[in-house]
Design a protein around this ligand. Structure first.
Ligand code: SF4
Length: 208
């Protein structure tokens, strides 16, 4: 198993490089939190389209914390689940101001106390803002890791812990963007292109 995983990781590095890429656009720490909250059940492309205008209109953290909630709901409407997302953005930005002096917490326990911030959002922040080794489990990581045979779990938190056990720490941060690239092009939800996939020889192809 260890040898298979090493081969998979080597091929992922060769194909997609060793950089942990963030596909969400942001310039400020709290903007990455906002963008990741909006990315739940929504594509990164759509989120980037929405945040392009959003981050101009709300150009400081107080603008989110003190906003008119109905207006923010309209501004994030296109990302879906807009009522919950708007509430969480307003509340989490408020928490960052009042409880953390506008500084993003650097550990997962504190991050997940912020409204709307689960382990996925927290791990995105740890990976891209603080460069801490963490594994972001999104829909691609969930599906592809299962097919590869790296986990038998369906729950994102259990998958994250399974992956932490089998992947070397130095690969954690980039595993997400590598698997996202693979999931978007080869290992698609409905019809994985196994015949064209560079991982086929090493893949468990579980339930494919
Ligand atoms: S071989 Fe098939 S199931 Fe395995 S990673 Fe490639 S596309 Fe996905």
């Amino acid at each position: 198993m260890e040898e298979t995983i090493n081969q998979i990781l080597k091929l992922l590095d060769y194909k997609y490089g060793k950089e942990a890429i963030c596909y969400l656009n942001y310039t400020k720490d709290y903007e990455l939190m906002v963008a990741t909250i909006l990315a739940a059940q929504c594509t990164d492309e759509r989120v980037n389209k929405v945040t392009e205008k959003l981050f101009i209109k709300y150009n400081k953290i107080e603008d989110f914390a003190e906003c008119d909630i109905a207006e923010l709901e309209q501004d994030v409407f296109q990302t879906g689940f807009y009522r919950n997302k708007a509430q969480n953005i307003k509340r989490s930005c408020g928490q960052l101001i009042t409880d953390y002096s506008k500084n993003m917490p650097m550990d997962i326990e504190t991050l997940t106390k912020l409204a709307g911030v689960g382990r996925k959002t927290a791990n995105v922040i740890l990976t891209h803002i603080f460069k801490q080794p963490s594994i972001v489990v999104d829909t691609h990581v969930k599906r592809v890791s299962y097919r590869l045979g790296l986990t038998k779990e369906k729950d994102p938190t259990k998958i994250e812990f399974d992956l932490m056990k089998v992947l070397p720490k130095e690969n954690w941060a980039r595993y997400n963007s590598q698997i996202m690239a693979l999931g978007r092009t080869m290992c698609k939800g409905q019809k994985p292109k196994c015949g064209e996939c560079f991982l086929e020889e090493h893949c468990g192809k579980i339930l494919v």
